[in-house]
Design a protein around this ligand. Structure first.
Ligand code: NAD
Length: 280
């Protein structure tokens, strides 16, 4: 099986590592050479971390990763792929451009896994000559530690693509949870309401982030609180996703908390920038 991962950021690099850890030959493509250099370094570092938490990673070495992952800024080897898993930022204009390029360079047998928080899979598929080959693959962060992938059937997604997606995810050690296409699907339509309202609680000085997260963890038994989760995802990504949800449903329940937007404007993006609701 030959797979390309497009976008080597938070999600793309972990997905490439997950594929390689299960022996799958992977191309990791980004437009930014610095992102690829950083990805190579973090993939090697993360292997050590994930070996401690996921037994499936124990058999892989750093040298194996170097031979299984090909880092590139071009589409040279995209003509005979089984799968592309796309992970560019959550902005429609960027995704639109990337799928137009993929439509030019990929064969009609290639299937496309759209990793998006909220964007409609049906809308992405409409950009492609074979819309039946497009399916949503909403991986959870951090990918190697999450056993399931919310998989999204677009309007035209074929049964064959669903079967192929199930086989690909199984080969990556993941379970497929199949849902239908509406912006935000299940996970983010729910979780962004939690994260946004938690930001309103901070803004309204009802409680501090530690207390808000403690209610979720120690009260409800969740593994993480909504503000820790927002910091992990990236506050910029959370704001972009809320905008997509708001635009898609035209429902005020998805209006972005002004404090979240202010934090993003100030460069407080969460874990990836060193500061968000917490300091890292
Ligand atoms: P990110 O900003 O960390 O990384 C995006 C990468 O894409 C960057 O390395 C950037 O250089 C690259 N890129 C930009 N334009 C490109 C192009 N034209 N071609 C190739 N690469 C390009 O973003 P992320 O957090 O990894 O999110 C990627 C997608 O996954 C988004 O749609 C997001 O909503 C979704 N997602 C994110 C999370 C999360 O926790 N961060 C979880 C699930 C899904």
């Amino acid at each position: 099986m030959r797979v390309a991962v497009v976008g080597a950021g938070t999600m793309g690099r972990d997905i490439a590592l997950n594929l390689a850890a299960f022996g799958i030959q992977t191309i990791l493509k980004d437009t930014n050479p610095a992102a690829l250099d950083e990805a190579r370094t973090t993939i090697r570092q993360n292997l050590r971390l994930y070996k401690m938490t996921n037994p499936a990673y124990k058999a892989v070495s750093k040298d194996d990763l170097d031979s299984l992952i090909q880092y590139t800024v071009n589409y040279d080897d995209f003509s005979n792929l089984d799968w592309v898993i796309e992970n560019v930022p959550e902005e429609w204009a960027l995704k639109e451009q990337v799928y137009k390029e993929l439509a030019e360079v990929c064969s009609k047998e290639t299937a496309f896994g759209v990793n998006t928080s909220c964007i409609s899979i049906t809308k992405v598929a409409a950009l492609m000559p074979q819309p039946g080959n497009v399916i949503g693959m909403h991986f959870m962060n951090p990918v190697p530690m999450k056993p399931a992938v919310e998989t999204v059937k677009g309007f035209h997604t074929s049964d064959d693509t669903i079967s192929r997606a199930k086989a690909l995810l199984k080969a990556m050690g993941k379970k497929m949870i199949l849902v239908n296409d509406f912006p935000g699907f299940v996970a983010n339509r729910l979780s962004h309401l939690f994260m946004n309202e938690a930001a309103f609680l901070v803004q309204d000085q009802v409680a501090d982030p530690v207390s808000i997260d403690a209610v979720f963890k120690e009260g409800y038994g969740h593994a993480m609180g909504p503000l820790e989760t927002a910091d992990l995802i990236g506050l910029d990504t959370v704001v972009s996703s809320l905008k997509v949800l708001y635009d898609s449903y035209q429902d005020p329940k998805f209006r972005c908390c002004p404090l979240l937007q202010k934090m993003v404007d100030a460069g407080l993006l969460g874990k990836k920038s060193g500061r968000g609701f917490y300091q890292y």
